[in-house]
Design a binder for this molecule. Structure first.
Ligand SMILES: [Zn+2]
Ligand SMILES: [Zn+2]
Length: 137
């Protein structure tokens, strides 16, 4: 990547903003039914960081527990989905690539929950496809 400036992003109305330091732990396209419903979109692109890499200088996202131990962060004013944290990925935070100011700078590296992918969703890539969430090393 030629652009070394920190990644920043936020919601549609600008009330929630975030700034990222360093490189992602994992980037992915998620096909699970929960992401689909929460984002009202056929597939959701995520970029994952250590929580210490992500700073919310103003408002933090409002949190909704979408399933036990899994929390989705969104802007309470405009509704933009911002983040995902869960007990099974302690210390990590997923951010929606679609909420980045420059989403073209972060590309997904794999697909997960491909077992729940909609039959009419086809990406012309050769990225690895995992039927569920991949095992963490
Ligand atoms: Zn907003
Ligand atoms: Zn998902």
């Amino acid at each position: 990547m030629s652009n070394d400036s920190p990644l920043e992003g936020g919601c549609q109305c600008g009330a929630v903003r975030y700034r990222i330091t360093g490189d992602p732990v994992m980037t992915a396209l998620c096909h699970c039914t929960m992401c689909r419903r929460a984002n009202a979109a056929p597939v959701v692109a995520w970029t994952m960081y250590q929580e210490s890499q992500v700073e919310f200088p103003a408002l933090k996202p409002t949190v909704y527990e979408s399933s036990p131990g899994a929390r989705r962060g969104f802007c309470a004013r405009c509704g933009t989905q911002i983040s995902f944290t869960a007990d099974y990925i302690p210390g990590l935070i997923d951010l929606t690539i679609g909420s980045l100011d420059e989403p073209a700078r972060v590309a997904p590296a794999l697909h997960y929950w491909d077992s729940e992918r909609l039959p009419w969703v086809h990406f012309a890539d050769t990225l690895p496809r995992h039927p569920e969430f991949p095992q963490q090393e």
